[in-house]
Ligand binder design. Structure first.
Ligand SMILES: N[C@@H](CCC(=O)N[C@@H](CS)C(=O)NCC(=O)O)C(=O)O
Length: 206
């Protein structure tokens, strides 16, 4: 049985959403951040960084949400959730996945760190409006890349859309940022309407 370790309202939603899209059964172990469960030796043995999500399958342990969603997709190749390795489609999938994790997400993570993650004395509130601006610029790049296609690679949803969709939800719902480009706003609604996303959110919150 696959097991996902996560925290409430965190990037573990990505792993759960991926497993729901793939239709694979899994256990979800929600750690209690306030009690510091992600810093305990048994969890640090799985991920020395103390971060979630972590996926465990027997003696196989995988961290990093981008790697997890891609690995999950590769377990169910017939669903086309990740293009085949070595194809141009796969290169574009990698491009958008890396874009999500390094361009779109980073301003949100920096803003979160300077709002509640870091100890108060290390926070620099002045970076928060800069982060909002940087997120807006990345969202414009997303709008251009998306064009009038329903999903990043065309007609088919992939795990790159999933990571972007989770990141857009983080921006709008947790940081109150607007999605100014109508194409990006419509794309986000399309992703958030997927039943697998609702199931993942419910599982994470339960
Ligand atoms: N690059 C990692 C980031 C993981 C990460 O920062 N997770 C946060 C929750 S969203 C976490 O575990 N924070 C706990 C901590 O930093 O102590 C990924 O995408 O999986």
């Amino acid at each position: 049985m696959l097991t996902v370790y996560g925290l409430k309202r965190s990037r573990s939603t990505r792993a759960l959403w991926a497993l729901e899209e793939a239709g694979l059964p899994y256990d979800f172990r929600r750690l209690d951040a306030r009690a510091g469960e992600h810093r305990q030796p048994d969890f640090l043995a799985l991920n020395p960084g103390g971060k979630v999500p972590v996926l465990v399958d027997g003696d196989f342990v995988l961290s990093e949400s981008g790697a997890i969603v891609t690995w999950v997709a590769e377990q169910v190749p017939a669903l086309g959730l990740v293009p085949a390795a070595g194809t141009r489609a796969r290169a574009l999938y990698d491009q958008w996945l890396h874009f999500a994790l390094t361009e779109l997400e980073q301003p949100l993570w920096v803003a979160a760190k300077h709002t509640f993650v870091l100890p108060e004395k290390l926070r620099v509130p002045a970076v928060i409006p800069v982060c909002a601006k940087e997120f807006g610029r990345a969202a414009q790049v997303l709008a251009q890349g998306l064009g009038d296609r329903p999903f990043l690679l065309g007609d088919a949803f992939t795990m790159a859309d999933l990571v972007v969709g989770h990141t857009l939800a983080w921006a709008v719902r947790q940081q109150g940022l607007p999605l100014d480009a109508p194409a990006v706003a419509a794309y986000a609604e399309r992703l958030w309407a997927r039943p697998a996303f609702a199931r993942a959110e419910a599982r994470e919150a339960a």
